[in-house]
Design a protein around this ligand. Structure first.
Ligand code: ZN
Length: 279
């Protein structure tokens, strides 16, 4: 995919633009070291502006997630190390690069919390303490909820484009959620039964349960590095007549988890607990 896609519609902002380039659905830097060399990294046509905008979001998020991921999990192999190098001035190519790394380090450190500061904070499902440390030794880093939801929307748009070369245009919209596994059991059953898996192994997985007779309406689950998930519903927002009562209940249940987002907005950003590798 070396050649740029040229003029056309941007998958993200839907504008017709004179120039586009390839945007990675799962960011290139989010693939772990364990990714097979010959694995095709999904790409979609994006306007230059959206590509740049998402590039910034992706860089910020991976820096934060990486310190909260399990460095022993093959699905996120190498990401912790790469993120730490990215904020290490000593790894800089020159003075300017070293200064940029230091600035990033300061930004992340300002968003980190320790011990008692974490108590009572909202913890991202899947990214809580997994190393059995007492609270006093735990560290947490802020994960900007809006950025995570922007990434979820981006991946859903990208997947729809890859799957059938279509765009998600109004009245269709994408609603995104964070939810604890046990609170979305019915949603999971629905995905187990009707969902199709699209994998970029190890660890990056999209599951999509479509609604019969409607090419766009679907429930999505995106798994990141085998460690946490986001959910999305693509629909017109109106009643979904083709859904069985059971499916409708499942969707409603998932929508209830929007409280997580609203709460996050009200109480500040959700925090993910992180390993204490960044000093
Ligand atoms: Zn765009």
């Amino acid at each position: 995919m070396a050649k740029n896609p040229g003029k056309g519609r941007c998958v993200h902002c839907l504008k017709e633009v004179p120039e586009r380039n390839w945007d990675h659905v799962f960011p290139k830097s989010w693939y772990p070291d364990t990714t097979p060399q010959n694995l095709e990294k999904w790409q979609i046509p994006s306007c230059i502006r959206c590509n740049r905008k998402y590039g910034k979001i992706e860089e910020d998020l991976i820096g934060r997630f990486a310190v909260a991921l399990d460095s022993k999990n093959p699905a996120s192999a190498g990401l912790v190390e790469t993120a730490i190098r990215a904020i290490d001035p000593a790894a800089g190519r020159d003075d300017r690069d070293a200064a940029a790394r230091l600035a990033k380090q300061r930004k992340f450190l300002a968003d980190m919390y320790k011990g008692e500061e974490i108590a009572g904070a909202q913890v991202m499902p899947g990214l809580g303490e997994r190393w059995g440390r007492p609270l006093a030794q735990q560290l947490a880093i802020k994960i900007p909820g809006e950025k995570l939801m922007a990434m979820t929307r981006k991946i859903v748009r990208g997947h729809v484009y890859l799957d059938n070369k279509t765009f998600i245009v109004p009245p269709y919209k994408i609603e995104c959620y964070l939810a604890e596994d046990e609170k979305v059991k019915v949603v999971k059953e629905l995905l187990d039964k009707h969902g199709k898996e699209y994998k970029r192994e190890p660890g990056l997985v999209i599951r999509r349960a479509p609604v019969e007779g409607d090419p766009l309406t679907a429930l999505y689950e995106i798994t990141f590095w085998d460690q946490f998930r986001t959910y999305a519903i693509v629909s017109t927002g109106k009643a979904l007549p083709r859904l069985s009562p059971r499916q409708r209940r499942a969707l409603k249940r998932a929508q209830l988890n929007a409280w997580l987002q609203r709460r996050a907005r009200k109480q500040g950003r959700p925090k993910a607990r992180a390993r204490s590798q960044v000093k």
